[in-house]
Design a protein around this ligand. Structure first.
Ligand code: PAF
Length: 328
């Protein structure tokens, strides 16, 4: 009897030692986090905050490996990677996302948000949170809304001061039906193109311009390939911090909470980065020789966009547009 007890205790001790040794040496699980821009961008700031928060919140059970500068492909490929489970996490703009989650296109409507505070209030409120919930049906787990800022226009041909100046300009737009409709309605020639192709297309002159927020202009040094900047502020550009459903399904509740909290920290970091870069980015662009048109007549742009607004109302429904407008 004593013998049996001793054997049992010895076996338990060995198992406990082995388990302890196993957990001490267990390597952190690698999480691939992809995004389109450089590490010194608002995406890099979000990725850093997200990674650090996850690593801390899971006691080092996960190690986030960043793949900046489209290293895992353009945004479309990144989103497909999330759906397939070959990429665990990504930070992507709504530019490409509305091809996957149609309803998200509503936030890409020009002059929809009054200002940054309005956009943040909508996205952080019921409307934005419900929209994040819709990603599940499309094989994506969306955790938080981050930010790029308001999109502005750059080009190499003309100082754009009015809608008329856009006529015939070949503007690269995201692969996003709402953006394409807007620029076509304004009289430009919108050319949908994946971001990794844009800089060489601008260098080669196959397109005249592009539109992106100041955060993208500075982190991608667009002054090296663009002469004119017009502060059109035509569309607010959010980003979404997303994980793959395959990866998500393998997490326990505490780990899910750590990834969600981390994504929220990433979103806050992207907004802080944008707040900062918007105070100095235009001066930086000027110091690199860009010619800047500081203001356009937004009301004139909105009037020219009337036919597009009719299409958007049909597509997304007037009640949804009113719900956004009514957020204080
Ligand atoms: O223009 C785009 O495609 C996006 O804004 C960018 C630059 C890839 C950032 O997500």
């Amino acid at each position: 009897m004593v013998m049996i007890r001793r054997t049992f205790i010895a076996a338990c001790t060995t198992a406990a030692v082995a388990m302890a040794a196993g957990s001490a040496v267990a390597a952190p699980k690698e999480v691939k986090l992809g995004y389109a821009l450089a590490i010194n961008s608002h995406y890099g700031a979000a990725a850093k905050a997200w990674s650090e928060s996850v690593e801390k919140g899971t006691n080092g059970a996960f190690a986030v490996k960043q793949f900046p500068s489209s290293a895992l492909g353009g945004e479309r490929e990144l989103i497909e990677g999330l759906q397939l489970g070959t990429v665990e996490a990504a930070i992507v703009s709504t530019g490409a996302l509305s091809n996957f989650v149609g309803d998200v296109g509503i936030v890409d409507i020009p002059f929809l948000f009054r200002d940054t505070a309005h956009a943040r209030a909508v996205l952080d409120g019921k409307f934005g949170q419900d929209l994040l919930g819709k990603f599940k049906q499309r094989g994506l787990v969306a955790l938080a809304w981050g930010e790029q800022g308001f999109r502005h226009l750059t080009n190499n041909k003309v100082a754009v001061k009015s809608v008329a100046d856009l006529k015939g300009l070949k503007i690269r737009v995201t692969e996003n039906p709402v953006h394409i409709t807007a620029f076509r309605t304004l009289g430009a020639s919108p050319t949908p193109m994946s971001w990794p192709e844009v800089i060489s297309a601008l260098q080669q002159g196959t397109i005249d311009g592009q539109e992106n927020p100041i955060s993208v202009l500075t982190s991608s040094k667009l002054w090296e390939v663009q002469k004119h900047l017009t502060l059109t502020a035509h569309v607010y550009a959010p980003v979404v911090l997303i994980v793959s459903p395959t990866f998500w399904g393998g997490l326990n509740d505490a780990q899910k909470a750590a990834f969600t909290e981390g994504a929220k920290a990433g979103a806050v970091a992207s907004r802080a980065f944008v707040d900062d870069v918007e105070t100095k980015g235009v001066a930086l662009a000027k110091s690199h020789g860009m010619q800047v048109v500081e203001k356009v007549d937004a009301a004139a742009f909105r009037t020219a966009l009337e036919p597009a607004y009719k299409q958007y109302a049909k597509k997304f429904g007037q009640p949804a547009l009113d719900a956004i407008a009514n957020v204080k």
